[in-house]
Design a protein around this ligand. Structure first.
Ligand code: HBI
Ligand code: FE
Length: 296
């Protein structure tokens, strides 16, 4: 029998109406997963692993192996935590789903990664708008074994707690940074551009689109440029930003962001599909087929 996630309310945000769940930390009810849940994990795991060979960054695939993740069954958080805690001091905690931003930031600032305990239904196999267990475990968790990325995620959380105290504008700027790196980032590796963003890693269609479609722009990482750039949550990205290394991400977050927020407040936001004079352009997208047409 599938236990149902407990929704608390629906919140109106700039991304439309999103369900916001209770912020309670919950035990992973591993014994209550149905055969259908494990089958959904297996289908998604096998399909994405195949698509991601030659598309995902080395660290993503190597670290899934280091965790011992397999399609056989939904991994147990306790098993993953034994590996993770030793490697980078991070711990997975079970949550009901999307958290209010300050709660989420506070967890990251303390090296706790919130993982949704439930997995999507078979009819949602190709797309789900909220982070479910597959998105979190398959998409986010492997990179937490990388020491530099693990540091970046903690620094991001600390920055988020501070931004929350500064105001809504700062929060919008910082959320864009998370979106275009942690969720939809690309990295340049010696065999070409590779995926590290979890939103892509856990999506069949976007894993192909982000590297092979002529539609999107691919632009060199520039933190303030990213913090000015708008995004949509219901289509494939119109622009992907490319880092040279995880160290580049970590170095970018060292300075105090307060003066950066002041500068950003004087500047216009950039529409998601635009290219600026100052951009390092890997390729200028054509713009067609930007809508997420299910999964190609
Ligand atoms: N909550 N559980 C969960 N997982 C997320 O990835 C998440 C969240 N709340 C807010 C959020 N992400 C984004 O707004 C980040 O940009 C902060
Ligand atoms: Fe995510």
């Amino acid at each position: 029998m599938n236990a149902e996630p407990r929704r608390v309310e629906h919140q109106q945000t700039d991304k439309g109406t999103v369900p916001v769940y209770t912020t309670a930390v919950v035990e992973q009810p591993w014994a209550s997963y149905s055969r259908e849940d494990h089958a959904t994990w297996a289908i998604l795991f096998k399909r994405q692993q195949e698509i991601l060979l030659q598309r995902a960054c080395r660290e993503c695939l190597d670290n899934q192996r280091e965790f011992g993740m397999t399609p056989e069954a939904i991994p147990k958080f306790d098993d993953l935590n034994r590996v993770l805690k030793k490697a980078t001091g991070w711990v997975l905690i079970g949550v009901e789903g999307l958290l209010p931003e300050l709660t989420f930031f506070d967890h990251l600032a303390n090296r706790r990664f919130p993982v949704t305990w439930w997995i999507r239904k078979p009819e949602q196999i190709d797309y789900i708008a909220e982070p479910d267990l597959f998105h979190d475990l398959f998409g986010h968790v492997p990179l937490l074994l990388n020491p530099v990325f693990a540091d970046y995620m903690e620094a991001y959380g600390k920055g988020g707690v501070k931004a929350h105290g500064i105001g809504a504008e700062a929060l919008v700027n910082l959320t864009r940074l998370y979106w275009y790196t942690v969720e939809f980032g690309l990295i340049k590796q010696n065999d070409g551009l590779r995926i590290y963003g979890s939103g892509i890693v856990s999506s069949k269609g976007e894993s192909i689109h982000c590297l092979e479609s002529p539609a999107p722009n691919r632009i060199g990482f520039d933190m303030q440029r990213i913090m000015r750039t708008r995004y949509r949550i219901d289509t494939y990205q119109k622009t992907y930003f490319v880092i040279d290394s995880f160290e580049q991400l970590m170095d970018a977050t060292r300075p105090d962001f307060t003066p950066i927020y002041v500068q950003l407040a004087q500047q216009e936001s950039v529409p998601a599909g635009n290219i600026l004079q100052s951009d390092i352009v890997y390729n200028r997208g054509t713009g067609e087929g930007w809508a997420a047409d299910g999964d190609v």
